[in-house]
Design a protein around this ligand. Sequence first.
Ligand SMILES: *[C@@H]1O[C@H](CO)[C@@H](O)[C@H](O)[C@H]1NC(C)=O
Ligand SMILES: *[C@@H]1O[C@H](CO)[C@@H](O)[C@H](O)[C@H]1NC(C)=O
Ligand SMILES: *[C@@H]1O[C@H](CO)[C@@H](O)[C@H](O)[C@H]1NC(C)=O
Ligand SMILES: *[C@@H]1O[C@H](CO)[C@@H](O)[C@H](O)[C@H]1NC(C)=O
Length: 738
Amino acid sequence: MFVDLTYNSLCGEIPLAITSLVVLSYLDLGFNGLHGNIPQELGKLTSLQGLELSGNLLSGHVPKHFANLTRLNTLHIFSNNLSGPIPPSLGNLNKLMDLELSENRLSAGIPVALFNLTELKRLSLEQNELTGSIPHEIGLLPNLSTLGLSTNQLSGPIPLSLGNLTLLSYLGLDFNQLVGSIPAEAGGLLSGPLPREFASNFAHLIDINLANNSLSGELPSDVCRGGKLEKFIVFMNMFTGPYPTSLKTCRSLKYISIGGGNQITGDVSSLGPYPRLVAAELGANNLSGCLSKTWASSINLTAFYVEINMITGNLPPEFSNLKKLEELVINANNLIGKIPLELSSLVNLYRLDLSQNQFSGHIPLEFGQMENLQYLDISANKLSGSIPKELGNCLKLISLALNHNNLSGDLPVTIGNMRSLQIMLDVSSNKLTARLPAELGNLVLLVLLNLSHNHFTGSIPTSIGSMDSLSTLDVSYNNLEGPLPTGRLFRNASIRWFLHNKGLCGNLSGLPLCSSIPIIEHHNARIYNLGLAISIPVCIVIIFLISVIKNSATAGTRDVLSVWNFDGKLAFEDITAATENFNDKYIIGSGSYGIVYKAQLQGGRLRGSLCTVLKNEELAKELDWQKRVTITTDVAQAIYYLHQECNPPIIHRDITSNNILLDADFKAYVSDFGIASILKPDSSNWSELAGTYGYIAPELSYASVVTTKCDVYNFGVIVLEIMMGMYPTELQSLVSMG
Ligand SMILES: *[C@@H]1O[C@H](CO)[C@@H](O)[C@H](O)[C@H]1NC(C)=O
Ligand SMILES: *[C@@H]1O[C@H](CO)[C@@H](O)[C@H](O)[C@H]1NC(C)=O
Ligand SMILES: *[C@@H]1O[C@H](CO)[C@@H](O)[C@H](O)[C@H]1NC(C)=O
Ligand SMILES: *[C@@H]1O[C@H](CO)[C@@H](O)[C@H](O)[C@H]1NC(C)=O
């Protein structure tokens, strides 16, 4: 008698009444909504040959009383909520051929009693919480063709006795904690990952999955000896040694995955053909050689991953024969030559990663035909030419990375058509020019936009302010100017995204306020010389920290003249060295003049203070009234900059004629010696560093709170000094008395 109630949406508990049907030979209650415990009373159905309870919500333990169902050849309770150990009494079911308990929460070890079940063809305990090692008694089940133990917490080695299972076609041991080597005395088990007998015995092997364990040693070279192998999955282990010999010509192979943690060596040009191959994942190994045309014979290939290897040569245009290809990931190799435009005929391709190779030539404009492309990464190659406007036809692109190439020309307006762009648009580190297209603002899903390290000009389009998803916008190292757009992003933006441009302004810490720009622009152009007139596109105000110069205030005429003829180039070299080639770590602010660096100069070539000049009769004569007015304005602008445009404001505290440097054109540079003694990291005053920008007491009044007024006061003294040609000593005594 059969009861088949499968897929009937039954719910509630298993009715005890059913246990009165003692003649029942087959009971199928699978794939309903049954819950509660499995009644022990089911053990009364001693005529049962098949019991199917899978796909319900049954909980509790596997009943011990099942030991009475000695005629049972099929017991399926997979995909339920069972917990506790597998009862050893199941070892009594000596006719059992098919035991399926996967997808439960069964715990503890695999009971040795199970290996009494010598008729078993299928033992599936996958996706439980089983612990302990795989008992070497597994070798007592020679009829086993399916052994599924994956996704448990099994540890220890794969037992040698597995080699006894000569009929095995499926071996799933993946996602456990199996290890490669064990002590020889641990029960006759082989040291090494896979039993020596393993491959040669496994003539029927179709599917082997050892992924995500800690297995080491070499892969079995004979694994495809039976010629039936379809799946060879060993990713995320620590296997080393050569690509298995029998696998190289394994024509039955459909899926191979050997990446992630392994270090397999081999020449990829000797692989294949694999006419039935569907997916190959060979990434992050030590594979070398070229990609041969042979791969083009894998007409069913959908995914090809060989990233992070040492593959050389061209990407054969024949890859375009792989019409089912969806993912082509070959980044971080040494591929050279042009990107084959034929790839554009791969209409199913949605992921193309060619990054970090040596590809040269242009981006094929035919790429615009790849209408299913979602991820395109061709960054870090040697590509030149412009970004084809046709790329804008790739309407499904989610992520586009073209950075670190030699691309020139403008950013095509069609980029705004790619409204699906979401993860990133990175065109940084190229040679792109012209204005940024306002159409960028159409990319309302975009999260990361990197336009940095190019030659973009003009302003940042206001439309960017309406890119609601944008959380990172890097436009640094361009020639941009004008106000930042408004919008959420710009309220929390990092100053680093805007550094090294021509003149960006906005309400952002570190940038000048836009309102300050017109004020500055109505003065004459001289103010832009406030920064050191060094031969880089932006003027740079440098806060010099040179302690030696202070001692040179009394330098003789010769010294002064050497400064007078001061060679801007030499100084530039000093500054370059002191700022480690304008390393960002020396940046303390940014404004319409450029970027403010803090640098400690080693030597002291820049000598020639206002003080020395005023004291030198000859030089003082050259300093006519016009020039003195200019110096006064320059100093005023410098102080204005430090106070109003730097955020937090920088209070100089020590603006004296010693600290104002003049060059051959009488351009004034405010430098900073006084603070140097405080900022020296080796000095005992190091803790006062934080105070430099606002809390250190001024020179004249160490006890009081420092404010910008200290500098303004100093400025007044300077003005007097410039007018009088000497330091107003009487004034000083007046002040110190007060
Ligand atoms: C193993 O099977 C035999 C019968 O074939 C049975 O007598 C014995 O009890 C079983 N052992 C276990 C541990 O279940
Ligand atoms: C292999 O199977 C045979 C029976 O087919 C058995 O006698 C032997 O003990 C098994 N060996 C191992 C190592 O389990
Ligand atoms: C390719 O895939 C199709 C559909 O799955 C299948 O029918 C065909 O046999 C496969 N071809 C090869 C050579 O494996
Ligand atoms: C933008 O790209 C440059 C290099 O091209 C990189 O240094 C920078 O970190 C990127 N910016 C962001 C915010 O990721």
